[in-house]
Design a protein. Sequence first.
Length: 417
Amino acid sequence: MHSDRTALVGLQFGDEGKGKYVTYFLTTERVDVDARYNGGGNAGHTIIAPNGKVLATHQVPSGIVFADVYNAMLHGMFIDPAKLKTEIEDLRAKGYDVDPSNLGISGLAHVTLGHHIELERLDEQRRGRGAIGTTFSGIGPTAEEKYGRRGIRFAEFVNPESFRRLLEAKSEELRQRGYPVENLDFHAETYAALQEFLSPFLIDEAELNRRKRNAAWLYEGAQGILLDPDFGSYPYVTSTHAGKAPRATVVGVAKAYITRVGGGPLPTRMDEQTEALIRGERGSAGAEFGATTGRPRSCGWFDIPAARYAVEIGGVDVVALTKLDVLSRVPVIKVCTHYDCDGRLLDTIPADRFELERCKPVYEEVRGWPGVDISGARILGDLPVEARDYLKMLQDALERPIEPVSVGPSAEQTIEM
Ligand code: IMP
Ligand code: MG
C-alpha cells in the first residue's frame, strides 16, 4: 500500500509552520519525491536548508534545496509562470541546482496569467468591506476559469501553438463579458520567454506516478483546511483544495495557538496586548507576519472545535504541533473548548456563515509556564508539567496522537513522543 507516503496538511488557516515539518521530514526521513498538489503564488513556506540558511519557498517544493529529492508540482496547483521563473532564478542565484532532473511540472496544472490578477483586483474592489483579503495572486479567477471549463493547463501554456489559440479565445471571451480587455496584456509574444524558460520542466503526471510508484513521497500541502473552498470558512477561503491530501498518512499540522491573515472570522482572537506578545516583532524569527505578503497575522487561542472539525474532515492520522515555545510568553493560556451559538453548545464549526458569526468561544483557562524557555526541550520529560498538561488536553479533545511537537524553527527543536 502507501506506507511510504506522508502528507503534511494545515489544520488551521495556513501558516501553521508546515515548513518546519517539511524541513524535519526532509532532514530525518527518506524522501524521494516532494510534491506540491495545491496552492500557487499565494503560498509561502519558511524552511531551513541543509546549509543552515533560512529561505521561503512559494511554488517550488521545498525539497529543491535538498540533495537527491525529486520535486513535483502536480495537477491541483495554479502556476504563475512569471513568478515561478523568478523563484527558480532566485534559487539558482543562491547556489541551488534547479533543472529537469530535480523539478517537474505536471501538464495538468492550470496557469495563472496577468488577467487573473487584474480580475481579482476588480472583484475585491467590488466586494468592498466584505473583501476576502486575498494575496492578489490570481487564485480565485484561475479557479473560476478552471471550473467554468475555460482554463489553460500548463501543458497548453508551454506549447506556443496551443497557447496562441487559447489566448485568442480568452481575449474574445473576456471582451464579450464586458471586461476591459484593452488594458490587459494579451499578446502571445509577452509569454514567449516564459514558455521557453519553463517548457523543459513539463512532465506527464501519470508517467511520474508509474516511475515513482515505490518511492517515498512527501506531499507538501499549502494553506490549511479552514481555507479550503469546500471545508473552510466560506466565502473567506482560497480557491485551490487545501484540505484533501492525496492518499497517504496524513499529518495535520497545527500551531499551539491559531493565526489568520486576510478577511473572515477568527472566533478565538486574543486581546490586543496578548496578541502583540504572541505576534512578536516584525522581522524577528517566527514573528506572525505573512511570508508572501508581509501582512500582520491576527492571533487567537487554540480553537478545539475548529481543530476537531479539521482533523475529522481531513482524515488526519496524527497531529503535529508547532510553536509551543511561543506560549512561554503569556502568563495564562486560554483554550476554546466549545462554541456557544444562540445558547447551544457546539463541538465543531457550523456550515452557515451567519451562524458562525454568532458563535462565541467558550474558554477554559489553563496554567501556563511563563518565562520558562522550552526551546531546548527534546523529550516530553524536558517540558514543565503545565506544558505537558496542555498537550494532554489537546490530545484528549482531538482523539489523535499529538506528535511531534515543535519548540523552535530548526529540525532538531522537535520533541518526539
Ligand atoms: P487567496 O488564496 O490569495 O485567494 O486568498 C484567500 C485567503 O486565503 C486570504 O484570506 C489569504 O490571506 C489566505 N491565504 C492564501 N494563501 C495563504 C497562505 O499561504 N497562508 C495563509 N493564508 C493564506
Ligand atoms: Mg505561509
